[in-house]
Design a binder for this molecule. Structure first.
Ligand SMILES: *Cc1c(COP(=O)(O)O)cnc(C)c1O
Length: 507
């Protein structure tokens, strides 16, 4: 059979799956996926399984001889699909919902088929140039100026790590690229600043980049969980006084717990005055900059040295895709570029050799799915969807705020609501006993909601209090799903209350 393998390969039983078999099975896979998306709500969001259940049903040793593709697909349908947590389910409101849209899925499939490795232009001309175009489109959609260049990475964690390495390289006199950090007693300890609410990926980057966890100064936040600029300025001054070397500050626009927004303009002013690199982590909330009316929340980020926004969070893009924008691309290349002989090509024109800007050599063709998504929905269509998520979150927040038995625990700048159950019968009572009781009660409510299988929520702690989080952003969720979520919460609160002694008896 021609196509996937040559005649002698077919005779020897070598080579790839035959083309006609691929065509037939491929159509079957499209049908399976369409059925899956159509029937998502029949599945529990959170599978009712325990650790090891799936593993126990899988063979311990790999198959020696070929298995028919039909059997592999059957096993996928029966063993895997119902036993993943259903991120695509409209009831998935935990963490930050990350929906894989249909055009994104199609783009991902086609990218897998091309297997284009976007390391250098010569190895991937169209995919390199499409990445350049998509990065520029996204930058324009976010309202950022043309002085930002950028690239796609896998995750915000890697975008931030890469930027912290660039920041370290930009700091004068360190030359860590050539000399490393260890055994250099003449250097003061490097200091990186972020708020107490910043994502763990900042600290992880500090571990990897040789800054160490002790090199991360966590700056206190205000009552709305925003970095306090005067505390930042004070920490920098005190560190300089102790002989430390401040080199970078990270602002978070949309923190992972409460989606609070650091004052980027004030941080930018301090960073500029102190000569520090300013990295903006807008992994989740950056998508909201597609909305004109949300732009004021981002004021000052256009002055940053680097910015990360994750399309795989709130821009309907299948994992993985993180947008890293930077103002001085030459810092990234001078920090990280190594071009061994076998990668030397004659540069033709201005195209990027993307491997020179980051850590990876081989790079996935992520721009294709983004090209599909942005064209299919249009920038206005994407903005309209994000706007609707914010509106739904605002209506839920209103309901919670107006109810005597519930309280909001933080402002709602985007589409994530943080709150807890606090029965009106408690009155204004305070104190550690009441707080501990409320923690247990809310934990039980969250567990009950998640057991329902219809909705999945997650939690955080704000000012020490157990906090339930509802995050909207799922492309498939509408008002009826928010209503269902509220009904589940109310029902769970009632049943938890019925099973607990009244708090009054305890104090
Ligand atoms: C989710 C998140 C991250 C980490 O994103 P990954 O792409 O999973 O690495 C970093 N920062 C913030 C603010 C986030 O919300």
């Amino acid at each position: 059979m021609p196509g996937a393998r040559s005649l002698d390969q077919a005779q020897l039983g070598l080579g790839d799956m035959g083309i006609e078999e691929f065509r037939r099975v491929g159509h079957q896979v499209v049908d399976d996926v369409a059925d899956y998306l159509a029937r998502l709500e029949e599945l529990p969001v959170l599978p009712r399984i325990r650790p090891g259940d799936v593993r126990a049903r899988l063979p311990e040793v790999p198959p020696r001889s070929p298995e028919p593709i039909a059997r592999i697909l059957d096993d996928h349908r029966e063993l895997i699909v119902p036993n993943v947590t259903q991120w695509q389910h409209p009831g998935f409101m935990a963490f930050f919902p990350a929906t894989a849209s249909a055009p994104g899925i199609l783009g991902e499939w086609l990218a897998a088929a091309l297997n284009s490795n976007v390391m250098l232009w010569r190895n991937a001309p169209a995919s390199t140039e499409l990445e350049e175009v998509v990065v520029s489109w996204l930058r324009q959609m976010l309202g950022l100026p043309a002085c930002f260049d950028g690239m796609l990475t896998d995750t915000a964690s890697i975008s931030t790590l890469t930027s912290i390495i660039a920041a370290r390289h930009a700091a004068p006199g360190l030359d860590v690229r050539e000399r490393g950090l260890a055994g250099r007693g003449e250097l003061g300890a490097l200091r990186l600043y972020c708020s107490t609410e910043a994502h763990s990926s900042v600290e992880k980057a500090a571990i990897v980049a040789g800054i160490g966890r002790q090199g991360v100064r966590r700056i206190p936040v205000d009552g709305d969980y925003r970095l306090r600029p005067e505390e930042l300025a004070r920490a920098i001054t005190s560190d300089r006084g102790s002989g430390h070397v401040p080199f970078c500050v990270v602002s978070t626009l949309g923190t992972t717990s409460s989606t609070s927004v650091d004052p980027a303009a004030e941080v930018a002013r301090i960073a500029e005055g102190e000569g520090l690199w300013h990295h903006v982590d807008a992994a989740y909330a950056g998508a909201a900059a597609l909305l004109e009316e949300k732009r004021p929340l981002f004021a000052g980020w256009e002055r940053a040295d680097s910015i990360v926004v994750n399309p795989h969070k709130w821009m309907f893009t299948p994992l993985d895709a993180s947008l890293l924008l930077f103002r001085r691309p030459e810092v990234y290349t001078s920090a990280l570029s190594l071009v061994p002989e076998y990668l030397r090509t004659t540069r033709q024109g201005e195209a990027h050799d993307y491997h020179e800007y980051g850590i990876q050599l081989g790079r996935r063709f992520r721009a294709l799915k983004l090209w599909f998504i942005i064209r299919y929905f249009g920038s206005e269509g994407m903005a309209a969807r994000i706007r609707e998520h914010c509106r739904l979150a605002a209506t839920l927040a209103e309901r919670i705020g107006a109810h005597p038995d519930w309280e909001l625990l933080s402002p709602v700048p985007f589409a994530t609501v943080c709150f807890r159950h606090r029965p009106a019968s408690l009155g204004a009572r305070l104190g550690p006993d009441v707080e501990a009781r409320l923690d247990r009660m809310n934990e039980a409510i969250l567990e009950a909601v998640n057991r329902s299988g219809r909705v999945m929520l997650s939690h955080t702690r704000l000012a020490g209090r157990f906090t339930i989080r509802v995050s909207l952003g799922n492309l498939r969720a509408g008002a009826e799903h928010v209503d269902r979520c509220w009904a589940e919460l109310s029902e769970a609160a009632a049943s938890v209350a019925a099973h607990q002694r009244p708090v009054a008896n305890e104090t």
